[in-house]
Design a protein around this ligand. Structure first.
Ligand SMILES: NC(=O)c1ccc[n+]([C@@H]2O[C@H](COP(=O)([O-])OP(=O)(O)OC[C@H]3O[C@@H](n4cnc5c(N)ncnc54)[C@H](OP(=O)(O)O)[C@@H]3O)[C@@H](O)[C@H]2O)c1
Length: 244
């Protein structure tokens, strides 16, 4: 149990106003972490904040596609032992309908913002040397693609490639970098996909996951492993959470 303890660690969780980010923040606080949460929606961020266990947590609203918001967030942060990047949006656009705007929309949130936030954390020396773990949420769809997912999946593939380079660059500082790549999990993003695109598509994907849909806790628990000293010899990996 001790190897998974997060007592004394401060962890920034993005996308914490909803879904996987919210659950990861709550679970990390249950394992003893001091958590700094960020998202755009102040009301839902406050709901997450109210669910955190323990004391000393912080919350900051920020739109991570806006450089000034990233700069302000980074300036407000304490020294960190961990980052969980859970910010993302879903997108289903068949290849022939992809526009420059569609590329921008997905990449800005799922890739650019992750890279620019990390650059800001490094430039402002917010990451504790020797005791820091960065975790980016990718997607199993980088291995098992779905029709219409070109932009979503390409942005996640870029994020995973970036994370592997980052792992190389930061290893000498004792900072580890990993991804988790979940299959479909019950979150508002999944509800959006069902409502805006097709419940049938969601049913089909669910049928492919032999252990069924995941729960946010299933992803959060794996992220705890990466944040904790239990994984101190693990970097440059991407853990598939595929429901079998
Ligand atoms: N759910 C799944 O089945 C699944 C599977 C594989 C991978 N993933 C990945 O897991 C991550 C979390 O997904 P989720 O299901 O938890 O989604 P979600 O419930 O829709 O949450 C997405 C989060 O991203 C934040 N966000 C979006 N755009 C933002 C922006 N411009 N600036 C700041 N924050 C922004 C949202 O903040 P506000 O709501 O406050 O705007 C929200 O907190 C995503 O990267 C997703 O691609 C999810």
């Amino acid at each position: 149990m001790k190897a998974f303890d997060l007592t004394g660690k401060t962890v920034l969780v993005t996308g914490a106003s909803s879904g996987l980010g919210r659950q990861t923040a709550v679970t990390a606080s249950e394992y003893g972490a001091r958590v700094v949460i960020t998202g755009r929606d102040a009301k839902r961020l406050e709901e997450t904040f109210a669910s955190l266990k323990g004391e000393g947590h912080l919350q900051f609203t920020a739109d991570l596609t806006v450089q000034a918001d990233i700069d302000q967030l980074v300036a407000s942060l304490p020294q960190l032992n961990g980052l969980v990047y859970s910010t993302g949006i879903s997108d289903l656009t068949p290849a022939r309908f992809i526009t420059a705007e569609a590329i921008d929309k997905t990449f800005k949130v799922s890739f650019d913002a992750a890279v620019l936030l990390t650059a800001g954390l490094l430039a402002k020396k917010k990451l504790e040397k020797n005791h820091c773990s960065l975790v980016y949420i990718s997607s199993i769809s980088t291995r098992y693609p779905f029709v219409g997912g070109a932009m979503y999946i390409s942005a996640k593939a870029a994020l995973e490639a970036y994370a592997r380079v980052l792992a190389l660059e930061l290893a000498p500082k004792g900072i580890r970098v990993n991804c988790v790549a979940p299959a479909f999990v019950r979150t508002p993003m999944l509800d959006d996909t069902a409502a805006n695109y097709s419940q049938e598509a969601v049913n089909m994907i669910e049928a492919r996951q032999i252990l069924g849909l995941g729960d946010p806790e299933d992803v959060a628990n794996s992220i705890i492993y990466y944040l904790a000293d239990a994984s101190k010899w693990v970097s440059a990996t991407s853990l598939v959470l595929g429901g079998g």
